[in-house]
Each structure stands twice: as structure tokens, then as C-alpha cells.
Write a protein that binds this ligand. Structure first.
Ligand SMILES: Cc1cc2nc3c(=O)[nH]c(=O)nc-3n(C[C@H](O)[C@H](O)[C@H](O)COP(=O)(O)O)c2cc1C
Length: 394
């Protein structure tokens, strides 16, 4: 299959699988412990069905969405995925470029290889910065300063991994930090010559340039990765949230919340938005599916802050369901990572196009020409309540 023939995110996943050594490919989709969280995230979307409203004029559809005062072409964007450059060299910038072309936001990982200053230049103002806070608060503060000076409008603090999670599959596969080409991986790599040639041409392990300024001078890419590991994961508390809030002049988002009371506390602390997320199943294996946790959070905070969602999205209809359940915006991680791995900027763009077209088609099929009108009455589980009201009004 060629990139242009890909019809779904699943097709892009298969193309990425062809390009990557198995260990690396599995590192994208893997979860933690028994990997129930990954499955739960995806299947939770399947529990919902959409109830179409027919004989509506859907000849023109509008999926543009305004959040934080900026209008994006679609109600979804790209979640931060830190090790993307291991899968495709230049992936950090490629993801930002694809998002800029599609006029959607991309969140730049706080542990990406390309410095945030460089990505700010190619992102057309569409990139947000994700902070992985360090044990040393001076490093965290410097990240915040750099993101501000680079002109980022929005900072995203990820809070769902205070410790390093138990990534059993990755460990069994021999995927380590820092990443090393071990003998079994070398054998695997020989069967994936395009990835291997790119890896060797670029001198092996890419340098984590986001963290390089804080590591000892002259540190190799492996030493920088180890330094970062000594600083992050790190334990953060509400005191840190309050401190970052005072420090950061732009929109401030917390990523990784699962509890309604935490979202209310975030709103009280002056946070502008939350991303209901469980790291795509890569932190707490027994966490609820985010689409299940979303409803209580959206109900608790109302319009006080912007409620967003990620984890488990594979289809445009998943995005629609997230919006119907109360999210204002949705993000994808693996979907665009498969795309960029399979085909660089064009591949990331293909993932975004597939999702945009699926959102558009779903809106037509359910009789909702504007995303602003999506809500609980498009969900089949609410049929009795909502339809009886409509019948009474007829
Ligand atoms: C390979 C990989 C790397 C990730 N790196 C980060 C990261 O650096 N920062 C972060 O906040 N989340 C990270 N995440 C989590 C994503 O931001 C996002 O929450 C998750 O991928 C969403 O689930 P989905 O992949 O099912 O769409 C990563 C996820 C993957 C798959």
C-alpha cells in the first residue's frame, strides 16, 4: 500500500509497521502492565452510538472551532509525542508543519529532540508547548521562560506521570532509555533498511535538544537522555500549578486529569483548560477510559475552562462522540505518529486529512452541519429523554 492509498488511521499504522523495526513500532502502541488501559480507551468509544437527525440541510458543513480566542479548521489537534524522532528523523518539526498546513494545533513535547524555539518558527503560531516539569525547579522555570520568549500562546503541563510507569512490553523488547541498537534490534533493523539507512546517515541516536542546555557541557545524546531521566518524571503538586500560573502569561492547560474535583480545583487555580487524558494508556493501566471520565468533568466545570480530551481516538466519529459528551476539543497522539512515521510531513498531513474527512462525513450523516451544535442529543443512549422532548414540541 502507498501513502496516498491509505484510507484510515489503521492503514497508516500498517505503513508505519512496515518501515520500523518491530521493537520501535511496538513502542508506539504499547501500554503498561497488562495494557488494559489502551484497549479500554479505544473500546469506550465503541459503547456509544450516534443517533442521526434526518432531513436536515447538510449541504454545507462547518467543523471550524474557536478555543482560546483562535479559530482552528477542525475540532482536533496533535498531542505531544516525545520520542517521535526515533521513528522518523525530523518528525517533531514535520508534525508541527503538518498541523500548521491543516490549521490545527500541535502540542510540542517537552522531551522532543528539536528545540521549541526551532519548532515555533515552522508552526505558523499553531504550536502549543508541553512542559515536563523537572525535579530542579530552575530547569522548569527556564522551560517556561523559553516557551514564552519563543512566542508560544499556550503551555500544557502534563501531570499524569509523577513516576516512570511500568512499560513491560517495551522492557521485554529491549527498548531502553537511552535507546541503544542492541544485537536483536540490529537484526530487526537489517530487515527495515529505510529506517536503518536514515538512522545511520544521521549519526544514530538523535540529541534531545530541548534538554541539552541543562545537561553537563559536551554530553552525548545518551548522556543527555540519562540526564533528562534523572530530572523527569518528577513529582509536582498544586503549589507548582499556582507557581506556573503566576509565571506563565498565556493560556495554561493541565494535561492528564481524570477527576472532576481536580478539574474544578484547576479552574479555581486560574488554569484555562484541561485535557482529560491518560497518556493513551501509557501511565496507569487501571485508569478509566478518558471518554468515560470526561462527562463528570465537563459537567463540573461547565464553561469556566476549556475541556479537551485525548486517548484512544482512531476515527472522526470518535472525535464527534467526544464532542457530544462535553469536550470542546480533541487531540490524537498515535494517529499522527503513525502518519509521520509512514510518510513524513505528507504522512502526518494524511492522518489529519483522514480524520477531518471522517468528521465531515459523520456530521453530514447525523444531520449536524456545525460542530458547535453537537451535544448529548446526538447520542443514542439519550434517545428516550431527548426524543420525547422533541415529540412533545411537535
Ligand atoms: C510514543 C508516545 C510518546 C508520548 N510522549 C508524550 C510526551 O512527551 N508528553 C506527553 O504529555 N504525552 C506524551 N504521550 C501521550 C500523548 O500526548 C497522548 O496523551 C496519547 O498519545 C493520546 O492517546 P492516543 O495515542 O490513543 O491518541 C506520548 C504518547 C506516545 C504514544
Amino acid at each position: 500500500m502507498r501513502l496516498q492509498d491509505a484510507l484510515s488511521i489503521g492503514d497508516l499504522e500498517r505503513l508505519a509497521q512496515k518501515r520500523l523495526p518491530r521493537v520501535l513500532f511496538e513502542c508506539i502502541g504499547s501500554g503498561v502492565e497488562d495494557e488494559q488501559g489502551v484497549i479500554r480507551n479505544e473500546t469506550a468509544f465503541h459503547k456509544h452510538q450516534l443517533l442521526a437527525r434526518h432531513l436536515v440541510d447538510v449541504s454545507k458543513r462547518d467543523q471550524s472551532t474557536t478555543i482560546f480566542g483562535r479559530t482552528y479548521a477542525s475540532p482536533f489537534g496533535i498531542s505531544p509525542t516525545g520520542v517521535a524522532e526515533i521513528f522518523r528523523r525530523g518528525a517533531d518539526s514535520m508534525l508541527a508543519q503538518a498541523a500548521a498546513a491543516a490549521k490545527v494545533p500541535s502540542i510540542i513535547s517537552g522531551s522532543c529532540m528539536t528545540p521549541p524555539e526551532t519548532i515555533a518558527h515552522v508552526s505558523g503560531g499553531n504550536a502549543w508547548f508541553q512542559l515536563y516539569a523537572a525535579r530542579d525547579p530552575n530547569i522548569s522555570d527556564d522551560f517556561v521562560r523559553r516557551a514564552r520568549d519563543a512566542g508560544y500562546s499556550t503551555m500544557v503541563l502534563t501531570v499524569d506521570n509523577p513516576v516512570f510507569p511500568k512499560m513491560e512490553r517495551d522492557k521485554r523488547n529491549g527498548f531502553s532509555v537511552p535507546f541503544r541498537l542492541t544485537v536483536p534490534l540490529l537484526v530487526d533493523a537489517l530487515m527495515h533498511p529505510r529506517w536503518t539507512a536514515e538512522w545511520l546517515r544521521n549519526g544514530g541516536l538523535p540529541m534531545m535538544r530541548t534538554w541539552q542546555p541543562y545537561a553537563p557541557a559536551g554530553a552525548t545524546p545518551s548522556e543527555v537522555a540519562l540526564f533528562r531521566r534523572s530530572q523527569n518524571p518528577s513529582v509536582q503538586t498544586w503549589r507548582d500549578v499556582e507557581r506556573f500560573r503566576r509565571f506563565w502569561p498565556g493560556n495554561f492547560v493541565i494535561k492528564g486529569l481524570a477527576r472532576a474535583s481536580d478539574a474544578v480545583r484547576a479552574a479555581n487555580a486560574g488554569v484555562d483548560g484541561v485535557i482529560v487524558s491518560n497518556h493513551g494508556g501509557k501511565t496507569l493501566d487501571r485508569a478509566p477510559a478518558t471518554v468515560d471520565a470526561l462527562v463528570a468533568i465537563a459537567a463540573a466545570v461547565g464553561d469556566r475552562i476549556v475541556v479537551m480530551l485525548d486517548s484512544g481516538v482512531r476515527r472522526g466519529s470518535d472525535i464527534i462522540i467526544g464532542l457530544c459528551l462535553g469536550a470542546r476539543f480533541v487531540f490524537v497522539g498515535k494517529a499522527t505518529l503513525y502518519g509521520v512515521t509512514a510518510g513524513g510531513v505528507a504522512g502526518a498531513r494524511k492522518a489529519l486529512d483522514i480524520l477531518r474527512d471522517e468528521v465531515d462525513m459523520t456530521m453530514a450523516l447525523i444531520g449536524c452541519p456545525s460542530v458547535a451544535d453537537l451535544g448529548p442529543d446526538f447520542l443514542f443512549e439519550n434517545q428516550g429523554r431527548v426524543d420525547n422532548q422533541a415529540i412533545a414540541a411537535e
